[in-house]
Design a protein around this ligand. Structure first.
Ligand code: ZN
Length: 71
C-alpha cells in the first residue's frame, strides 16, 4: 500500500563500518537487505517494526483527515 511516508528518508547505519546510508521508506518496504556504499557489506534489514510503525502513522493520518472533513 502506498504511504504518505514513502518519500521520507531514513539513515540506516552499517553494522560493519557504522556509515549511515540514506534510504527512502518506500524502498525499505520493498527490500530485505542492502549493501553499504562505503565498505560493500551486505546486511539484512529488519523492517517488521518499521512497517508496523508506518501502518500506525498512516492510520493516524487517515483518522486526522476524516476528522478534519467533519469540521
Ligand atoms: Zn559499511
Amino acid at each position: 500500500m502506498k504511504s504518505i511516508l514513502d518519500d521520507e528518508e531514513l539513515n540506516i547505519p552499517c553494522p560493519r563500518c557504522s556509515k549511515e546510508t540514506k534510504k527512502k521508506i518506500g524502498w525499505l518496504k520493498r527490500n530485505r537487505e542492502m549493501t553499504c556504499s562505503a565498505c560493500g557489506e551486505t546486511f539484512g534489514l529488519d523492517t517488521k517494526e518499521l512497517r508496523r510503525e508506518i501502518a500506525r502513522v498512516d492510520r493516524a493520518i487517515r483518522d486526522l483527515e476524516n476528522t478534519l472533513k467533519r469540521l
